[in-house]
Write a protein that binds this ligand. Structure first.
Ligand SMILES: Nc1ncnc2c1ncn2[C@@H]1O[C@H](COP(=O)(O)OP(=O)(O)OP(=O)(O)O)[C@@H](O)[C@H]1O
Length: 385
């Protein structure tokens, strides 16, 4: 896929140029656009994509209808082959849907002619997993390329490249070659190159997958900063759920080319409804310690034992673990065994596992909507005598 992306990137660079507007005035710059549509909004309407291959047709996307709000950070996740790249690449027409429509700022881009496509690709920047920098060119020349191709005057190129390098924290690196840069710095060059055309949408295809965890965090914080400061819509594909949790407002889960589920990140991650989402989120779930899991019985013998109780929180209605309340209901000798709780967009979700004395009315006691959104007894730990 990288080779294809590289060609595609070159194509984008060849056609990309300078937009005559800043992010704040983008909407006014395009004619024929409904005034009510927010800058940087994207709408997929019944989008279909079927590839023709030597082995026969491959259906990559089926009936995708969804809205990406302008100015939001929107994550797309799904297993390998789910259709994430295919969908992302319809936004700048690197892929043309075989059915349905993609609307950018309310305009159906499937009808665009060549000159409109050039303008579209200025409005929609893209960054890649392997950065796609030109190794024989300096940082300055890499970032300046879209402006040079568009015929922007030298002085303006200089000023705009300087401004964008400052924005991404690469001041002083103008004359450095990519081979001398760290992975994080290379991605900053990629981001600067995408931003120099002043796009209103930034597409990120696994932009942090080649980076170590610390560098990933610094790039994510840069993307968040750009989103806030420039009002840019960011659509990103990632296989790292922590990336979605860290910066996205909304998430779309694709499964075999269809929408599995979508919503605000705290809603989808707090209460995943689709099996595909649960499978993707599994790495974030620590599970019970093995020694404990191995000792548990599913039934209570009636003899003295400890019951392990799992309280689940989905983030809905602001309900979150209240230890005082749990102790009041279950007794002072109740202990916390494991906490797998997360705070996303101000909503607490996840699981809290506690141990409390087994007793006949335990099921009844824990079925209390003031304690958690759901509760269950995982099993019973009977001490050896
Ligand atoms: N140019 C192509 N020709 C034929 N089939 C393709 C082409 N591009 C993608 N596909 C197929 O379309 C489906 C969706 O591919 P896509 O790359 O969009 O998935 P993805 O979710 O991005 O996968 P990954 O996470 O592995 O990159 C897959 O079955 C893939 O093999």
């Amino acid at each position: 896929m990288s080779a294809v992306l590289f060609d595609a990137a070159t194509d984008v660079l060849t056609v990309a140029g300078v937009a005559s507007h800043s992010a704040g005035t983008l909407e006014a710059s395009f004619t024929g656009k409904p005034a009510a549509v927010a800058a940087g909004s994207i709408r997929f309407e019944a989008v279909e994509k079927t590839y023709v291959s030597s082995a026969g047709p491959v259906k990559a996307l089926t009936d995708i209808t969804i809205e990406v709000p302008g100015g939001s950070i929107f994550g797309i996740i799904g297993r390998s082959g789910a259709g994430k790249s295919s969908l992302l690449r319809t936004i700048n027409r690197l892929e043309l849907p075989t059915g349905g429509h993609v609307l950018v700022d309310g305009e159906d881009i499937s009808t665009f002619h060549e000159d409109q496509l050039v303008a579209l690709r200025r409005r929609v920047g893209m960054i890649f997993q392997h950065f796609n920098l030109l190794s024989a060119k300096t940082v300055f020349a890499n970032v300046a390329l879209p402006l040079v191709v568009a015929g922007v005057k030298k002085q303006e190129v200089k000023e705009r490249v300087a401004a964008v390098l400052k924005l991404v924290g690469l001041e002083g690196k103008e004359n450095t070659y990519p081979s001398r840069l760290s992975g994080g710095q290379k991605q900053r060059v990629g981001i600067a190159r995408a931003l120099v055309s002043r796009p209103e949408i930034l597409l990120c295809d696994e932009a942090t997958s080649a980076l170590d965890p610390e560098t990933t965090l610094s790039i994510l914080s840069l993307l968040k900063d750009i989103n806030r400061r420039l009002g840019l819509t960011i659509v990103l594909i990632t296989h790292e759920m922590s990336v979605i949790r860290e910066i996205c407002d909304h998430v779309l889960v694709l499964e075999a080319g269809r929408i599995a589920e979508t919503g605000r990140v705290w809603e989808v991650f707090g209460n995943p409804r689709h099996e595909a989402t649960r499978a993707l989120l599994k790495p974030l779930d620590r599970g019970l310690p093995e020694d404990l899991a191995g000792r548990l019985n599913s039934r209570w013998s009636g003899k003295p034992a400890t019951a392990l109780i799992e309280f689940t929180y989905t983030g809905v209605g602001g309900l979150q673990p209240d230890l005082g309340r749990i102790l009041a209901v279950l007794g002072e000798d109740t202990q916390i065994i494991q906490s797998n709780l997360d705070r996303i967009q101000g909503h607490v979700s996840g699981r809290l596992i506690v141990a409390s004395a087994a007793r006949a009315d335990l099921h009844h006691l824990i079925a209390n909507p003031d304690l958690a959104h759901a509760a269950r007894i995982i099993g019973y730990d009977t001490p050896n005598v």
